[in-house]
Design a protein around this ligand. Structure first.
Ligand code: AMP
Length: 419
């Protein structure tokens, strides 16, 4: 299935091509036609399945086509509610990426920061608003929002809204919206409260379920290495000395890093290539082909580029950088250990990443064992929650002593390391 077969308009198709998307993910394939058709939808899908594009593409397309038939009204037309600031920012970025050839304004609002920039942006009358519930209600209370022109409403990660205690805010917000609208609800799980909520806010919805990542994380051998940022490449080379690592998919956060790591590996005699959004489709296919045929041992990828890669028999996934979103961790490591094969996931955790590691451990409900016996082991002391600095500055060449303190407010998961 190709994006063109879904009836997507040229400006959006162009943006998708530039992003390096080759074909729709299962949820996109199913949801896009339904949503373009104006139906309500309920999707059981978690982050990592491509669900953002599944709703963002049809919304952008509809807003764009509607302009042809009616005068442009400067009114808020779409509301996307999502539980966290990180998700809100990601969703806003997605709308901007897919809509880069359309002039449809998208604004994001979330709590925990000053509101001036957000209210200034709202005064410019965006057509799309991505928001977390608390800040949205706050701004509504202050008269910054008018939902009278709203046609599209997305409730994202509904089960997390429930877990985070936002469900009452969500219900209050829904009561403020016009009843005549198209509603899309996404939730990784469908507990009773969400089913009840769905029944009360969706009209005749079409249900779509996408299978979650096939592998359970328990089946994968996971390890974490504490390492300073500048030592990561040396650690990677050290680890790859192990000939049992037949093929490794290495994840970096940025395209630049992906290139840099692949280059370093090659300079050190390890056959490697990088795939990311800046590479042509042909170059990516070629690199992937070489990796699958075991002509190269390491493939360095960004999350976007690796999305949808179907690589069988992958022995190792290495998180050179930890992902920002815990679900992405599951998605990444789910590429190893498939179909009963034994898989290993190795993660590097730098000083700025301890918070991310903690979030991942909470998410997967288990602590990831640390590998202590390596020459680049680092010692971090979290100053405040999610903000970490190195306390011990003397550069010990081998096996420095561990001294890791408990970040404020943390419990569970990583207790083995945090005192
Ligand atoms: P989401 O589940 O919406 O958080 O998306 C997960 C990741 O997949 C994001 O990094 C998207 O940019 C990427 N993505 C979404 N759809 C596609 C696609 N059809 N092809 C390649 N990557 C995609």
């Amino acid at each position: 299935m190709k994006f063109t077969e879904l009836g997507i308009i040229k400006p959006i198709l162009n943006a998708l091509i530039q992003e390096g998307y080759v074909e729709p993910t299962p949820i996109q394939e199913r949801a896009i036609p339904i949503l373009l058709d104006g139906k309500d939808m309920i999707g059981s899908a978690q982050t990592g399945t491509g669900k953002t594009a599944a709703f963002a593409i049809p919304i952008l397309q509809k807003l764009s086509l509607e302009r042809l038939n009616r005068p442009i009204e400067k009114k808020l037309r779409t509301l996307v509610l999502t539980p966290t600031r990180e998700l809100a920012i990601q969703i806003k970025d997605s709308f901007r990426i897919y809509g880069k050839e359309l002039s449809i304004k998208c604004v994001v609002v979330y709590g925990g920061v000053g509101q001036k920039l957000q209210t200034d942006a709202l005064l410019k009358k965006p057509e799309i608003l991505v928001a977390t519930p608390g800040r949205l209600l706050d701004l509504y209370g202050q008269g910054f929002l008018d939902f009278s022109g709203l046609d599209y409403f997305v409730l994202d990660e509904a089960d997390r809204m429930l877990d985070m205690g936002f469900i009452h805010d969500v219900r209050r917000i829904i009561r403020l919206l016009p009843t005549k609208r198209q509603t899309m609800l996404f939730s990784a799980t469908m507990p009773k409260d969400i089913r009840e909520l769905a029944a009360s806010i969706l009209i005749d919805p079409i249900r779509i379920m996408v299978t979650p990542v096939e592998t359970t994380v328990e089946a994968i051998d996971q390890q974490v290495y504490y390492v300073r940022k500048h030592d990561k490449i040396k650690l990677l080379l050290e680890i790859l000395k192990d000939s049992r690592i037949v093929s490794a998919l290495i994840f970096t956060r940025t395209k630049y890093q992906a290139n840099k790591v692949a280059k370093e590996l090659m300079a050190n005699g390890i056959d490697a290539d990088a795939i990311h959004g800046n590479k042509s489709q042909t170059a990516r296919q070629l690199a992937l082909g070489h990796f699958k045929q075991k002509k190269i041992r390491a493939l360095v990828a960004t999350d976007i580029a690796a999305r949808g890669l179907d690589i069988e028999e992958l022995s190792h996934v290495i998180n050179y950088d930890l992902p920002e979103v815990p679900e992405t961790y599951i998605h990444r490591i789910g590429r190893t250990g498939r179909a009963g094969l034994s898989g290993s996931a190795i993660s590097f955790c730098g000083e700025e990443e301890v918070g991310l590691l903690f979030d991942i451990e909470q998410h997967i409900g288990q602590a990831i064992p640390e590998v202590k016996d390596h020459p680049f082991r680092a010692i971090f002391s979290p100053e405040v929650k999610h903000k970490v600095t190195i306390t011990q500055t003397q550069d010990l060449p081998k096996h420095p002593v561990v001294n890791i303190f408990s970040p404020r407010g943390r419990k569970g998961g990583g207790s083995r390391r945090y005192r």
